[in-house]
Design a protein around this ligand. Structure first.
Ligand code: F6R
Length: 261
């Protein structure tokens, strides 16, 4: 696992957008997995700016969701489908055919989960998966004690995650769904490159446990330790509980530039 400590969220966004740009230069039709929430927005802003500036051709990029609420009516503005369309797909100028996600409004949720696993495999797998992290260590919506081998399935959100996400629902926790479809930890680990961004002091404990704690389903993000190419990008505040922070800085500062992240 590589840990990169950056000055702030904007610098993290720039760094990761640069990695996406490099990927698209090598593989124009790369499948980019996107997380939702507040953290990845600087990545999307930086990528969109690069595309609009003409420095990056994302016209053949394909985008896929990590997770989705269950039970919101189709088209609900806070559904992750609508969110990713608004924040990533449309600003990049991509047609809807280059975007996929699980169907959170399906009558048969289990079938929707299986269909999404099949669609990801048929698309050749995720090339680069952008991840955020919950205050409880979740990735996607794999809450604590999710199986590290899990595949796309329905999960029940913890009360903490519903409290954390109430801000997207007019601060009314009653509006936050209890259930979600999420790529499993095993599904996430199938991506070729995992890039987790964490910013702010509220994520410091989860980051420390993810990076320096044992691999444990209690901290789902710690499964990144099992991946051959996982990059954790953190700002100073989110890095504040890392014991090896100085070593991570030293390693990154002395890394050959051609390696990127
Ligand atoms: C949502 C997702 C979640 C979020 C996490 C952090 O698609 O993947 O794991 O990344 O809940 O959310 P923010 O970034 O809003 O703190």
């Amino acid at each position: 696992m590589e840990v990169v400590i950056v000055k702030d969220a904007k610098a993290g966004g720039e760094l990761i957008a640069g990695a996406v740009a490099d990927l698209l230069a090598r593989k124009p039709d790369a499948l980019l997995g996107v997380a939702t929430g507040s953290t990845p927005l600087p990545i999307y802003d930086a990528l969109i700016a690069k595309v609009r500036g003409g420095g990056v051709d994302a016209s053949r990029a394909r985008i896929c969701q990590l997770d989705e609420y269950v039970g919101l009516p189709a088209g609900h503005p806070e559904s992750y489908r609508a969110t990713v369309l608004r924040q990533v797909v449309e600003p990049l100028g991509l047609p809807a055919e280059q975007f996929m996600g699980p169907d959170g409004s399906a009558a048969d949720v289990q079938a929707a989960c299986e269909a999404y696993e099949e669609a990801l495999a048929a698309a050749g797998g995720v090339d680069l998966q952008i991840l955020g992290i919950g205050t409880d260590g979740h990735i996607g919506f794999n809450e604590p004690c999710s199986s590290l081998a899990s595949r796309t399935r329905i999960k029940t959100l913890t009360e903490q995650t519903r409290i954390d996400n109430a801000r997207f629902f007019g601060n009314d926790i009653e509006q936050v769904p209890h259930h979600v479809i999420t790529q499993g930890i095993g599904t996430i680990l199938d991506a070729r490159h995992l890039v987790l961004l964490a910013t702010g002091e509220g994520k410091a404990e989860a980051v420390a446990q993810t990076v320096e704690g044992p691999v444990a389903s209690l901290v789902p993000a710690s499964a990144l330790q099992l991946h051959p190419r996982a990059t954790v990008v953190v700002d100073e505040a989110a890095a504040s509980k890392l014991k090896l922070a100085e070593y991570f800085r030293h390693a990154y500062d002395n890394k050959p530039e051609w390696q990127g992240i």
